[in-house]
Design a protein around this ligand. Structure first.
Ligand code: NAI
Length: 280
């Protein structure tokens, strides 16, 4: 993959662009004009962190940065062999962009979405070539987390799935697992009910946020407690995934807690807004 496109330069898109550029590809990130500077800074800060921690040399960081261009012009993705979409979790927005992308890129380019909760087939069906559309679900922070879930649909070509999984493993250095196009895929279908159980425990006054988190860190050896993890993932993302699980399976066990909804309404989305279950 010499030319890779990324749509959205937020938390995930910036991380994906960084990882792809560090692996040697030329990356074009499509972002809204008013958010281009923020996306650039996100990438620069993350590369600087990698250099500071000794995970990356200064020269490699500079070379990776030089391979990334951020623009608001979608047509710059025309020669991409792979495009990874990481826009906000809004189905109409993603559908609109998949339809546009399908017209712009060559018919054998692969179109991937990083969605956490929208059925991938709905984005595939917005294109004339659904056989080249699949999910490439990265984890936050992308440069640090080892996993990519490769999400298949009922229409995707096996060769496309294999090509993307091989690229993620051999070029990006990630581990891959393959999931069907079901709400939550593998990881979130297991993780989100755990996180919402912790929110309910806190909501009912059963225990403090600190004690719930300490319980799982010191009692189970988890690197982070569930409420701090909600803050890290983003409460809006947790809510979107919980809603998609509830819609898909209809099991009350998946229903998002009222407190989660109200915190999202209040704009307490976790680390990214400076306040969630904790203050940052
Ligand atoms: P974010 O809100 O940090 O980033 C979204 C970016 O898209 C923003 O920079 C925004 O300016 C940009 N954008 C909005 N409209 C645009 C447009 N018309 N054209 C180009 N760019 C546009 O969101 P985040 O957290 O990066 O999530 C992105 C996707 O990744 C979502 O689908 C989410 O479900 C998924 N995801 C998120 C994870 C997380 O931990 N945050 C983990 C795995 C997947």
């Amino acid at each position: 993959m010499k030319n890779v496109g990324v749509i959205g330069g937020g938390t995930m898109g910036a991380g994906i662009a960084e990882v792809v550029a560090r692996a040697g590809s030329t990356v074009r990130v499509v972002e809204r004009d008013e958010a281009i500077d923020a996306a650039q800074q996100r990438i620069e800060k993350s590369l600087a962190r990698a250099v500071k921690s000794g995970r990356l040399s200064d020269d490699d960081a500079k070379a990776a940065l030089a391979r990334i261009t951020i623009t608001s012009d979608l047509s710059t993705l025309a020669d991409s062999e792979l495009v990874v979409e990481a826009m906000p979790e809004i189905e109409e927005l993603k559908v609109e962009y998949f339809t546009k992308l399908d017209e712009i890129v060559s018919p054998d380019a692969i179109l991937a979405t990083n969605t956490s909760s929208i059925p991938v087939i709905r984005l595939a069906n917005a294109t004339k070539h659904p056989e080249r559309v699949l999910g490439m679900h990265f984890f936050n922070p992308v440069p640090v987390m080892a996993l990519v879930e490769v999400v298949t649909t009922l229409k995707v070509d096996r060769a496309v799935v294999d090509k993307v999984a091989t690229y993620a493993r051999e070029t990006l250095g990630k581990k891959t697992i393959e999931s069907k196009d079901q709400a939550g895929f593998i990881v979130n279908a297991l993780l989100i009910p755990y996180l919402t159980s912790a929110i309910r425990m806190f909501e009912t006054g059963f225990a403090s946020a600190e004690d719930i988190d300490e319980g799982m860190v010191s009692g189970c050896g988890h690197p982070m407690g569930p409420l701090r993890l909600c803050d890290t993932v983003g409460l809006d993302i947790c809510l979107a995934v919980a809603e998609s699980l509830f819609d898909e399976f209809g099991d009350p066990h998946y229903a998002p807690p009222v407190l989660l909804r109200r915190m999202v309404d209040a704009g307490y989305l976790g680390r990214k807004t400076g306040r969630g279950f904790y203050e940052y």
